[in-house]
Design a protein. Structure first.
Ligand SMILES: NC(=O)c1ccc[n+]([C@@H]2O[C@H](COP(=O)([O-])OP(=O)(O)OC[C@H]3O[C@@H](n4cnc5c(N)ncnc54)[C@H](O)[C@@H]3O)[C@@H](O)[C@H]2O)c1
Length: 334
């Protein structure tokens, strides 16, 4: 029997999303949740109950205090977006590996500071963009990257969610805490997966944005031209009914991939439209388990690293700028 290296994990931000991390991290052999930091007593209590932790587990209102007192090996950050930068930097400074929820940070300048800190410390930082570990998107990436269906000509992707109504008055619609609106919230998943599947650099973006009657973006229509010549239309619809709905289409020289309501279809010159069976897709993985594997050296490549976080915010900032100016802008990738 092998004994796994013991990893002590603390949580910063213990709301709704953190509980899922708490449950999956606890299932990893040799991992112990040693402390929680969140200013909300309700969130702390609900987290303990939901994850099945002892009521006596140490809790802190302040993350800095927790890091100093507990000295964990790793942290999971699931706080409001505008606080990610502070929480990531203080955790890395405290010598902790970091699993931060998306978006990594909310400005390009912050992303570059995080990258420098990760390089300086040599610690791992994984971002919660779980689509990198989904069989469906891994399959799409493999088809595109292998060139099996030739070069990409056009991508269309949209995402909708009942975000405007559900988040009224909450931190997600606060310009600082939300770090932007729906484009940098759920929309950041779509931007991230687009860039990851294509592995191409966006050259120009033209975005039109409607905030409705709040301070941050709710509806975004954006067109992108990539350095490969591929064109792309993205729609982020933050005023819809229901949970996240996502469609994704990739047209290549030799065929196309269509992701519709969770099902993936492949079309080639001959043979019509065929649903891709699960057996043809790579195996998926759980991001919390992957984070621990990275720390233990059981996995050498970080599948969702800091560069992914930088690329998302570079394109997002360019889209905000384009919408403000009312004209296409070059994406600054420096
Ligand atoms: N990957 C995904 O699919 C996914 C899904 C949902 C949420 N998320 C991400 O998870 C994060 C949290 O979202 P949520 O839905 O759980 O929100 P939430 O509002 O349920 O939880 C946020 C928590 O952060 C706490 N908090 C506020 N200020 C804090 C501080 N200074 N220090 C520590 N904690 C603080 C709040 O009290 C609250 O408990 C966000 O980054 C969000 O984008 C990711």
């Amino acid at each position: 029997m092998t004994t796994k290296q013991k990893i002590n994990v603390a949580f910063i931000g213990c709301g709704g999303n953190a509980r899922g991390h708490g449950r999956s991290v606890s299932r990893v052999e040799g991992v112990e949740i040693v402390a929680l930091a969140d200013p909300s007593e309700n969130s702390l209590a609900a987290f303990k109950e939901n994850v099945g932790l002892d009521a006596s587990l140490r809790t802190y209102a302040d993350s800095g205090e927790m890091l100093a007192a507990v000295n964990p090996d790793a942290v999971v950050i699931s706080s409001p977006h505008g606080l990610h930068f502070q929480h990531i930097m203080e955790s890395l400074d405290a010598g902790c590996h970091v699993h931060t929820e998306k978006p990594m940070v909310c400005t390009v300048s912050h992303a570059k500071q995080v990258i420098a800190k990760v390089e300086e410390t040599g610690l791992h930082l994984l971002i919660g963009y779980q689509r990198h570990l989904s069989p469906t998107y891994q399959y799409c990436r493999q088809v595109v990257q292998s060139g099996a269906l030739g070069p990409v000509h056009f991508v269309e992707a949209h995402q909708s969610q009942n975000w405007y109504r559900n988040q009224q008055g909450k931190w997600r619609q606060d310009p600082f805490l939300g770090g932007g609106g729906q484009l940098n919230d759920s929309g950041s998943h779509l931007i991230d997966i687009l860039l990851w599947v294509l592995e191409a650099s966006p050259d120009t973006v033209f975005a039109m944005i409607d905030n409705l009657d709040i301070e941050v973006d709710v509806l975004t229509a954006m067109s992108i031209k990539f350095d490969t010549g591929a064109l792309c239309n993205i729609s982020i619809v933050g005023h819809a009914y229901g949970g996240v709905q996502e469609d994704f289409s990739i047209w290549m020289e030799g065929g196309a991939l269509y992701l519709r309501a969770g099902k993936l279809y492949r079309q080639e010159k001959e043979g019509g439209l065929v649903e891709v069976p699960a057996a043809d897709m790579p195996e998926g993985a759980n991001k919390d388990a992957v984070f621990i594997e990275l720390i233990r050296g059981e996995r050498t490549e970080n599948p969702i690293g800091v560069e992914n976080g930088l690329r998302v915010i570079q394109l997002t900032e360019a889209a905000w700028e384009s919408a403000k100016l009312g004209m296409p802008v070059k994406v600054d990738l420096r």
